[in-house]
Design a protein around this ligand. Structure first.
Ligand SMILES: [Zn+2]
Length: 339
């Protein structure tokens, strides 16, 4: 077995409460069961050391903040960033210092959130072809994390000329998945549009106007590029996503776009997109449609899956998208997935 597989197996065993001494020793991991109940006695800040720091870092990681280096007994910059993320998500003053309010919030699990636990190391469990494009290109979903957990679906590309979201899904494949998250990543649901650098698919259909909820006919046009198709879901790409959504029932979903630099707040649990927007320092709002916002993918998911929180993230224009921004978005996905 390679190291990654050993870690994945060990993590799975740890989830079920079975200690794996080799893994624990290798990664200097505390016992997660004990960590879940550990208490931070003092105020901590960057530079702090000791058992309280181990407890803090364990609790942060167990709450989906998998970017922490550790847990170990040193409060470094990665821990500060995770504390700030936790504070933003939980409406606390985002100062990176673990005082009484942050400690109290860490000790409480909010109603509706996924129970804290050890993350699952980065590892693709399954690669599934969920459909085929007009020109025969596969549409592929990869699965990570905890099958049977909260289902989270991330779609990097729907418009073929807005491709930076696929960097977020690529980054997520390299990151540990928070406990209890059944994560599905789709780099692109419009591979023909990517190949041709067009908004629509190979038939010129704007896939975000093609879904079978609130669909309305928008004619083919060289100016608005929002052709709805002749009938709801008459395109193989939207059919593939619709069938996949019906099969996996995402509790949380994100579709990435460009260039409006905004997060749309949609779905049942508005806390999730609102927290996401704060973590990536983007505003919230609706994205203007030059025609009509009909037959959209996000509305389809929210309508089809009871209780789903599916929303749209508009990254900035490609010239403004940096590797640091991509990492920030990927970390935000994981941080809000557990809320
Ligand atoms: Zn778009």
């Amino acid at each position: 077995m390679n190291t990654r597989l050993i870690r994945a197996v060990a993590a799975a065993l740890l989830v079920s409460g079975i200690a794996v001494s080799g893994f624990a020793a290798e990664a200097s991991q505390p016992a997660w069961g004990a960590a879940a109940t550990c208490t931070i006695g003092a105020t901590l800040r960057e530079g702090s050391r000791g058992a309280d720091v181990v407890c803090l870092e364990t609790q942060l990681i167990a709450r989906g903040l998998t970017g922490v280096i550790g847990p170990d007994d040193y409060f470094g910059p990665s821990t500060t960033q995770a504390v700030i993320t936790f504070q933003i998500v939980h409406g606390l003053a985002a100062d990176g210092i673990v005082g009484p309010r942050t400690r109290a919030s860490l000790a409480t699990v909010s109603a509706g959130s996924v129970a804290p636990g050890p993350p699952v190391p980065a590892h693709v469990l399954e690669t599934r072809t969920i459909g085929t494009s007009v020109q025969g290109r596969p549409i592929t979903a990869v699965r990570m994390g905890t099958p049977g957990g909260r289902v989270v679906m991330i779609v990097g590309i729907i418009h073929g000329d807005e491709t930076k979201g696929a960097l977020v899904t690529a980054a997520l494949r390299t990151m540990a998945t928070p406990a209890g998250i059944d994560l599905w990543l789709i780099d692109s649901m419009n591979p023909d549009g990517v190949a041709a650098n067009t908004r629509g698919n190979a038939n010129g259909v704007d896939l975000i106007r093609n879904f079978d909820v609130g669909w309305n006919y928008i004619p083919r046009s060289t100016t608005n590029h929002q052709y709805s198709g002749e009938f709801p879901e008459d395109q193989p790409e939207s059919q593939a996503i619709a069938a996949f959504v019906t099969a996996i029932q995402p509790a949380v979903g994100i579709f990435y776009h460009q260039d409006a630099n905004v997060v749309s707040v949609n779905g049942t649990r508005r806390l999730i997109p609102t927290a996401y927007s704060k973590l990536v320092d983007q505003g919230t709002g609706s994205v203007p449609c030059s025609q009509q916002c009909t037959g959209t993918a996000g509305t389809y998911v929210n309508h089809t899956v009871a209780g789903s929180t599916t929303f749209l993230v508009e990254l900035p224009g490609s010239a403004s998208v940096t590797p640091a921004m991509i990492r920030r978005h990927a970390a935000a996905v994981l941080a809000v997935a557990v809320l």
